[in-house]
Design a binder for this molecule. Structure first.
Ligand code: ZN
Length: 91
């Protein structure tokens, strides 16, 4: 357990410093986890692209997304085989 030492002012400063260290550590961990998840997400979308995205009807904002992976039309266009392997599905 964290036990600050010194005068009351020093103890309070130690608590503030420790809280700031914890916040920074939390940000670092969250950033690392988000990066890992983003990479896995991109890998799954890339795999879906290789099979050929299947786009549903346009969303309310006009965008079309794959009914399986929810990727937008322009994600990994170099791997998008939807023009030959996919088809427009009613989502
Ligand atoms: Zn897809």
């Amino acid at each position: 357990m964290f036990e600050p030492a010194g005068t009351e002012t020093q103890q309070r400063q130690s608590i503030v410093d420790e809280l700031e260290r914890l916040d920074e550590r939390k940000r670092e961990i969250l950033a690392a986890v988000c990066t890992e998840i983003d990479e896995k997400h991109a890998d799954l979308i890339r795999s879906c692209s290789l099979l050929g995205h299947v786009y549903g009807r346009p969303l309310a904002d006009g965008r079309r997304v794959c009914v399986f992976c929810r990727a937008g039309v322009l994600v990994f266009p170099e791997l998008d085989l939807s023009s030959s392997a996919g088809y427009a599905a009613d989502a």
